[in-house]
Design a protein around this ligand. Sequence first.
Ligand code: NAP
Length: 282
Amino acid sequence: MQTTKIGWIGLGIMGKPMCSQLINAGYNVAVYNRSKDKEVTLTAMGATAAPTPAALIQQTDVVFIMVTDDNAIHQLFDGEDGLLSANTSGRLIINMSTVSPGISRHYAQLCSNSGNSYLDAPVSGSQKQAEDAQLVIMVGGDTTAFNTAKPMLENIGKMVTHTGGSGTGNTAKLSINTLLAIQAQGLAEAVSFAAQNGIDPQQLLTLINNSALASTFIKIKGDALINKNYKPAFALKNIVKDLKLAEDEGMASPLGTASLNSFKEASVEYGDDDIIAIYKLL
Ligand code: NAP
């Protein structure tokens, strides 16, 4: 049994399997999710449930967060019964959500002022990689906190890399997701073009998967396209969020901007579908 007490906030598509890895690794885990029904799987595995973020941080040493966006982070820190209302010190908060570099710098400073530490530690990989503990984790923040976090994060990912000061993990993640958006749209456009010109999409995907362009992402999303499976592993509305964050950080490149516009348009109807539902817009 590990002695560090862990708190986990956010049990969605990604948070649930990521938190499960820490329970399986022998940590004592307390969970908090805004919608209580999502806590059930984790409490059945042995976690306890905390009624509020404040109660969670009071009873734990390290708090992980995996929620949607900047707005959720503000509510979790500053809301009534939020993390900052607990007046703790000596805690480490590891924010694994894809959020803005600015919000990480803001809360890293507030945590430091109260004797706590904060790391931004977003992940590359989706539901399957979270379930297999194969995520790639990029971490911004101070070196001492990184060294404390690394052995815990190694239960969740196959690679844990320190990218620099606060917010740099988020910046690296936004760069990766700009590429992700371009690749998803590119794949959808290639399949659409082939289908319109009499090429069997499955045959096209077999060709791509055996070419130098083959990748885990193209394999998984290609299969989803063939099966018309748009159940969200990564919700399309969340890539719009990420591309907007990248734009706020100065991303104004031809393909990045084009992808933002396409995904924005697609999100009106397909926001809750998977990212590859961009195909339905073509
Ligand atoms: P999700 O399934 O939609 O889960 C979102 C989580 O955030 C839920 O626990 C939700 O609580 C919570 N939340 C949202 N707004 C909140 C608020 N205002 N206050 C408190 N909690 C709030 O999303 P996900 O796919 O797990 O993504 C989580 C993060 O990981 C996002 O930043 C996403 O961009 C990033 N990410 C996702 C993937 C992927 O493939 N899915 C991959 C890499 C990174 P409720 O249950 O109450 O709604």
